[in-house]
Design a protein around this ligand. Structure first.
Ligand code: GLC
Ligand code: MG
Length: 552
């Protein structure tokens, strides 16, 4: 029997649980809220939800500071409400992926409380404790991702502890076998409850240099840059030893699948391409023993330009080891939303790109209705990243605002006061409104996802790069004689498409432009910002039975 590899092309939808749906009026989204909104996810057509952390937490980093890995924060619900959510999701054909945060715990986690209690405590070595440098300062020059040194002095025991993020997020010591065993038990705890996989937080940073050497200076650093980039993170990121740990995690997860690989590991990895694809874990026998999906964030970081994206897709495809599953991400809870990065019109094109490239797409909640970053006034800022480095535009609150569902009070998100303000346009930009509008972003997303399901070449076909004129990105997707062509105009002027690029007997299967019909008379002229998927009229499926434009 072949392995159940749903994650090879299934669509992952990220839920930021604080902001999806509140069920109890406290203004904070919760698990019962998510359960009440499964209809939306089913009608959108996604395959899996990834839920950002829901564990007990002081919420200093909104759940990425975990005080108990094996329970649910009361603000989100209980283990019973979690089981109910998994049960309902599964019965509706949706997979559930949790966030696994192995790099650090909360400083309130009992492990850390014990660890800091005495140098002789058996849990002392579960975290990274070091003596001060000779001048009494931090043991080395490592800096925190959230600003300042990656070390905090603990007067009670006279040593510093390491934290890659906030001082309330002490780093675990992954060189300690007891830590590994305890963290693998955490995976098993949730696997036994039926979860379908994990998104693994800051995977590249979990193991640090055994000798705690200083990082070397970054030769490209210039005054005025964020001091975070002053040093190259040579000794605290992407060490060779990390791959052994990843392989161990994979074995834990595989042991729970009915077949190898039915549960998935997705790594959060912001790394250059060759180092990124190393996380597939190609071993000497040609087996991929790493994470199935090392998150590919290139569409988030790239300049939004056809030639750039063409290059990066080709390079990525070429860099994948044999058998590796590609994946693409347009946004997440840490990055500016796609509609704000490229504009609303271009965001339609981005949706088509995401859903027609080869591999697993990941959507961020709200992008399906074109949510934009919401400016948060200074006195409402919640994100510690912003509070630590004010005025640098690093705050992530703008991309974490509550999901607008309807024109009801507070957009149907809560009956109480939302923990973070809504966007200004929620009365018109919400799920209800867009469900009624055949030209909306939501209609486009539904349409494209349905097309992807209906067309095997889009779902699992090969990718073939094509050469196009001007600002047009062109590629084909092919499977067993079926060939679809995707044409995306990134430019501000109309572009005629050479007939040589078109499939025979072409028919438009989808367009970002609601006005486009299925038939092409004469040469195809792509409007500015327009994207189309073109197929071939076949005997079995005459054009009028094929899905047309986005208005169906
Ligand atoms: C990851 C998360 C981010 C969090 C950080 C620390 O980068 O995506 O939201 O703040 O890890 O856990
Ligand atoms: Mg609530």
């Amino acid at each position: 029997m072949s392995a159940d590899t749903w994650w090879r092309n299934g669509i992952v939808y990220q839920i930021y649980p604080r902001s999806f749906q509140d069920s109890d009026g406290d203004g904070i989204g919760d698990l019962d809220g998510i359960r009440a909104r499964l209809d939306h996810l089913v009608s959108l057509g996604i395959d899996a939800v990834w839920i950002s952390p829901i564990y007990p937490s002081p919420m200093v980093d909104f759940g990425y500071d975990i005080a108990d890995f094996c329970d649910i924060d009361p603000r989100f619900g209980t283990l019973d409400s979690f089981d109910a959510l998994v049960g309902d999701a599964h019965s509706r054909g949706l997979k559930v992926i949790l966030d696994f945060v192995p790099n650090h715990t909360s400083d309130q986690h009992p492990w850390f409380v014990q660890s800091r209690s005495a140098r002789s405590d058996p849990r002392r070595d579960w975290y990274l404790w070091r003596d001060p440098a000779r001048d009494g300062g931090p043991p080395n020059n490592w800096v925190s991702n959230f600003g300042g040194p990656a070390w905090t002095f603990d007067p009670a025991t006279g040593q510093y502890y390491a934290h890659s993020f906030l001082k309330q997020q002490p780093d675990l010591n992954w060189r300690n076998p007891e830590v590994r065993a305890a963290m693998y038990e955490v995976l098993r705890f949730w696997l036994r409850r039926g979860v379908d996989g994990f998104r693994v937080d800051v995977l590249s940073q979990i193991i640090k240099d055994a000798q705690f050497r200083d990082n070397p200076p970054n030769p490209d650093f210039m005054d005025g840059h964020d001091p975070f980039f002053r040093w190259l993170m040579l000794h605290n990121t992407d060490l060779p030893e990390v791959h052994q740990i990843v392989a161990e995690m994979r074995r834990v997860v595989d042991a729970f699948g009915d077949e190898r690989s039915s549960r998935v590991l997705i790594g959060e990895l912001y790394l250059p391409l060759p180092r990124l694809v190393a996380y597939y874990g190609l071993n000497a026998e040609g087996v991929l023993e790493g994470v199935q999906l090392p998150f590919n964030f290139q569409l988030i970081d790239t300049e939004w330009q056809a030639a750039r994206i063409d290059r990066l897709v080709r390079d990525y495809e070429a860099a994948l080891p044999a058998g590796a599953a590609p994946n693409w991400v347009l946004g997440n809870h840490d990055k500016s939303r796609i509609a704000s990065r490229v504009g609303l019109r271009m965001a339609r094109l981005a949706a088509m790109l995401l859903l027609t490239l080869r591999g697993t797409p990941t959507l961020y909640y709200g992008d399906e209705i074109g949510m934009t970053d919401v400016p948060i006034p200074i006195d409402e800022v919640q994100d510690p990243f912003e509070k630590n480095k004010p005025g640098m535009g690093l705050g992530r609150d703008p991309v974490r605002t509550p999901m607008p569902w309807s024109a009801e009070p507070h957009a149907g998100f809560t009956t109480g006061t939302p923990w973070l303000r809504l966007s200004d346009d929620w009365r018109t930009r919400n799920v209800d409104e867009q469900s009624r509008d055949a030209e909306s972003m939501l209609a486009l997303y539904r349409r494209l996802i349905a097309l992807r399901r209906a067309q095997p070449a889009l779902n699992g076909g090969d990718y073939e790069a094509l050469e196009a004129e001007g600002e047009v990105l062109a590629y084909a997707r092919k499977l067993e004689g079926q060939r679809l062509v995707v044409l995306l105009n990134f430019g501000a002027t109309p572009v005629p498409i050479s007939p040589a690029l078109m499939p025979r007997q072409p028919v438009v299967l989808a367009s970002t432009d609601p006005a486009r019909g299925e038939f092409i008379e004469g040469p195809l002229m792509l409007a500015p910002c327009e994207g189309v998927v073109v197929g071939t009229v076949t005997d079995e499926s005459p054009p009028h039975t094929l899905p047309v434009g986005i208005s169906t």
